[in-house]
Design a protein around this ligand. Structure first.
Ligand code: FRU
Length: 908
């Protein structure tokens, strides 16, 4: 699978590379840099300059992405210098400037130029050639054109009044020179007066009003722009001067109230077209920026507009204006289309990628399908082989099960002969019973296994016949009566008599009822009751087996019919195969089995059997009577396996006590009885069925060894051992754990809880006995080791901490009381905090002597030391080691050392 993912990944990469390449393959456009263009305008408020700016923007729209920085000096040269300088601090690629005045602006333009920033001068000029390009009309020619028009077309004569622009601005200078040059060719014309209007109507008006006489004398007024020309007309009208004065302006701008309109309406007589050059400036800028050849001087044409051509001009202007609007509209449309195109391109890209991926994934899916088929085929082959192997195994298992029945029968019949032999008594007789009972248990299990296998194999065929079910059930119940009585369980069948006819397979149904009853007896305690009822309604017959035994939890009740469900793992009484087998057998009857149970209250199993025989096929119906022999065999199998064995009793007081004792904790009564019988030959035995009972007995009796099952009802054997080992009253007792759980983990767990040995069931009795003997012997050796001299510094290394503490405490109490004549065992048991019996057993177990012997021994040892090493009198020593009289001291001393204390002192 991992390999498949690698292939998928590689394929996707291989596909995606060309696809992404394909998608990015758009028609190549020259890669344009996004430029920044700065434009410094000398004044921006009048129409002519506004038109210039509009033209520029229109042209700029063809270069999207360009940044356009615009400043307006509002007619101030100082401000314009500042603005240009400020622009130079920013990253601009090109500077366009329309200088307010030539001289003042020259240095800053030169500065920009020298820095390598291309500079385009528009309309007005500077007083230097240090610029990159110039765009604008020839103002000298504009002046000349005006003069020639006045002289040639109007054939005018007389005084001419000239209204000039801003002094110092290049158009003023050049227009004035050109006009003077032109006028000089017409001797009948003389420039009679020149005033400055500074390009503004207001200033022109003021200047004219200062020279009204000159105006009255003038035949012609030439103003350097239309704004000032209009101001002249206004003053002429205002002063009611001779209306024959002809007025000529410059600019001829289209638009409302501008030059063209003024000419057409006769407010002024003519205007010299002066193009703004906005469009040309921008196109020149891009030529420079894109390093395309360009001309440094770009002179725009000009011409005279008067009443003869103004209409045509206006028409052309309107047409241009309309075209302009069309262009704007189309540009807007284009922008919309571009957005749409971008969206569509995105969709197209996504679709293409999806399509490619779909193709790839489709391919991969197909590949995976093929692979899958191959794997499936292999799996099918493997499963067929496994099935065959499984079949073979199961057949072997079934055959083996059948094989087991023969030797079992051969065990059972001579065994039953032996049991009839009256000469076999005692242990031998109870052993025979144990074998008998367990052989039947084995037979029952084998029979169930075979039935189960047949069911699984669908080879178990049901053969029903009509019989009295009530009688049949009653008979089965009857076969358990003996066991029930022995267990002191009340067993009733209700109704006691009656006839309920039903179609059933007796060989199957008996197993179900036997099984239910045998379970009920197993789980009902002594003194309990079991009730079997049979009842019918229109459609069904129901047999209910209810007991007031331990019952089942909800969880257990749900799972009880599952195959191989074992019930509470802590209990030795499992359900085995019986209940799931019963369920299957009832299903073969088209019936069912159900359970109603409550923990600690008991259980009711109910068999539901449909009435009539219409639900059986003709081949399933047989006219046979019940085979009593089979019923009898099943009765024997189910009841014998339930038999109680004679209970071995705890030996009565008064009988010969054995030197060592063993506490057996086992909940399986048969195994407990067996161990009891066998071990009681050699040891004193205490028995318990639960860990709690075992613990209590261990504290009370302090046995020499504990033999406990691991799985016990309630607390486990491992926990029991752990608790006993951590209590100093019992910590010295060796413990053997007995279990069917043979996993290494279980054994390690047992050892971790300080078990001294671990025995796996089924165990060999001799091996168990050898282990017990061995452990007891090891304890003996330890005892000798401990008791040699517990007050010496050579402390037993093997002693466990608790035992070490006990011995230290014990010895210390004795040492401290050696001079106390009244010192008794009670005093020690009170000081240590355990009962006299426990103290006695513990000291016996660990030191192998009685407490009084130990105390006496210590007294005499101390006395011998004092006699040899101290100067005390014998009488003094007598009281120092707790003897009441010197005589008694001498007698006891002599029995131990073979001489009196005074002889002892002398001899040494
Ligand atoms: C506009 C204007 C025009 C004139 C030009 C000269 O500001 O006065 O009317 O033709 O400037 O620079």
């Amino acid at each position: 699978m991992h390999k498949l993912y690698q292939i998928i990944f590689k394929l996707v990469l291989l596909w995606l590379l060309p696809v992404t390449g394909l998608l990015s393959c758009k028609p190549e456009k020259p890669q344009q840099k996004n430029y920044t263009i700065g434009f410094s305008q000398c004044t921006g408020s009048d129409l002519w300059r506004k038109t210039m700016l509009e033209e520029m923007k229109m042209e700029l729209s063809l270069h999207p992405g360009t940044s356009f920085q615009y400043t307006d000096a509002e007619g101030s040269s100082a401000r314009q210098i500042e603005q240009v300088q400020d622009m130079l601090t920013k990253p601009i690629d090109l500077l366009i400037i329309s200088p307010n005045e030539a001289q003042p602006l020259t240095p800053v333009v030169e500065q920009a130029y020298q820095r390598g920033i291309p500079v385009i001068i528009i309309d007005r000029k500077i007083a230097s050639s240090q610029y990159t390009a110039y765009v604008g009309a020839d103002n000298f020619q504009v002046g000349q054109l005006a003069a020639e028009y006045i002289g040639n077309i109007w054939k005018a004569k007389g005084a001419v009044l000239e209204i000039m622009g801003l002094p110092g601005s290049s158009p003023t200078i050049e227009r004035q020179r050109g006009f003077a040059d032109g006028i000089s060719r017409f001797p009948r014309l003389q420039i009679s007066q020149q005033v400055y209007g500074d390009w503004l109507a207001r200033d022109a008006e003021a200047a004219l009003l200062k020279a009204p006489e000159e105006l009255k004398k003038a035949a012609i007024v030439f103003a350097h722009n239309d704004v000032m020309a209009a101001a002249a007309t206004k003053v002429i009208t205002q002063l009611k001067i001779n209306t024959g004065i002809k007025v000529v302006g410059v600019d001829a701008l289209p638009g409302s109230g501008a030059g063209l309109e003024m000419v057409s309406k006769g407010r002024i007589d003519a205007s010299i077209l002066y193009p703004t050059g906005g469009k040309e400036a921008i196109s020149t800028a891009f030529k420079i920026l894109n390093k395309v050849p360009f001309s440094k001087e770009n002179i725009l044409p000009s011409l005279v507009i008067d009443s003869s051509n103004v209409a045509l001009m206006k028409l052309q202007w309107d047409k241009i204006r309309n075209q302009q609007k069309d262009i704007e509209r189309q540009q807007a449309l284009l922008r919309e289309q571009q957005v749409l195109f971008k969206d569509q391109q995105l969709i197209l890209n996504v679709t293409t990628i999806s399509l490619v991926l779909a193709v790839i994934l489709g391919g991969l899916a197909f590949y995976a399908l093929l692979e899958n088929r191959k794997v499936n085929k292999k799996l099918m082959e493997m499963s067929a082989t496994a099935k065959l192997a499984n079949e073979a195994k199961l057949n072997f298992f079934t055959n083996m099960s059948h094989e087991f029945r023969t030797p079992l029968t051969l065990i059972l019949s001579p065994l039953e002969d032996l049991m009839l032999d009256q000469t076999i008594k005692g242990t031998a007789a109870s052993n025979l019973k144990l074998i008998h009972k367990n052989a039947f248990r084995l037979l029952k299990l084998i029979n169930q296994l075979i039935s189960y296998r047949k069911l699984e194999h669908k080879s178990m065929k049901i053969r029903v016949s009509e019989n009295n079910l009530s009688e049949f059930t009653k008979e089965i119940v009857g076969s358990f009566r003996h066991n029930a009585e022995k267990q002191h369980i009340e067993l009733r069948f209700s109704p006691a008599s009656g006839k309920i006819m039903a179609w059933f397979d007796a060989n199957m149904l008996d197993k179900v009822i036997f099984n239910l009853l045998s379970n009920a007896l197993k789980f009902t305690p002594s003194g309990g009751r079991i009730l079997v009822t049979i009842a019918e309604d229109d459609s069904h017959i129901r047999i209910a087996v209810s007991d007031n035994g331990q019952g089942l939890s909800e969880e257990e009740a749900k799972r009880v019919f599952e195959h191989f469900y074992q019930g509470d793992p802590a209990s030795s009484k499992g359900f085995g195969l019986g209940l799931s087998l019963s369920k299957e057998l009832m299903l073969l009857h088209h019936g069912d089995i159900s359970l109603h149970s409550r923990k600690e209250e008991g259980s009711t199993f109910t068999i539901h059997l449909p009435k009539g025989n219409l639900h059986f096929s003709p081949t399933e119906i047989a006219q046979e009577t019940i085979d009593q022999s089979e019923l009898y065999e099943n009765a024997r199998i189910y009841t014998t396996s339930l038999d109680e064995l004679p209970k071995a009793q705890i030996p009565e007081t008064g009988h010969q006590l054995k030197a060592q004792s063993i506490l057996i904790i086992e909940d399986n009564p048969d195994l407990l009885n067996y161990l009891l019988q066998k071990l009681s030959e050699e040891y004193e035995i205490f028995i318990a069925g639960t860990a709690e009972q075992g613990m209590q007995l261990a504290f009370e009796q302090v046995p020499d060894l504990i033999l406990s099952d691991v799985v016990l009802p309630g607390s486990s054997g491992t926990v029991l051992v752990k608790n006993l080992k951590s209590d100093f009253r019992t910590s010295h007792i060796p413990a053997i754990l007995l279990t069917a759980q043979d996993s290494v983990e279980q054994q390690i767990l047992g050892m971790e809880h300080q078990a001294d040995a671990y025995m796996i069931k089924p165990f060999n009795y001799s091996y168990l006995l050898a282990t017990i003997r061995n452990l007891l012997k090891t304890r003996e050796l330890l005892k000798i080791h401990y008791s040699s001299d517990i007050s010496s510094s050579g402390k037993p290394q093997m002693a466990r901490n608790l035992d070490k503490k006990f011995l230290n405490d014990f010895a210390a109490i004795v040492e401290a009381n050696l001079d106390n004549e009244r010192f008794s065992v009670e005093d020690i048991s009170r000081s240590i905090g355990i009962s006299r019996v426990q103290l006695y057993r513990k000291v016996k177990a660990m030191l192998d002597c009685s407490i009084t012997d130990y105390i006496l021994n210590r007294r005499l040892k101390k006395a011998s030391y004092l006699l040899l090493h101290e100067q005390h009198s014998i009488a003094e020593i007598t009281y120092m080691v707790g003897f009441s009289t010197p005589n008694y001291f001498a007698t006891v001393f002599k029995t131990r050392y073979g001489c009196t204390p005074s002889e002892f002192r002398k001899n040494q």
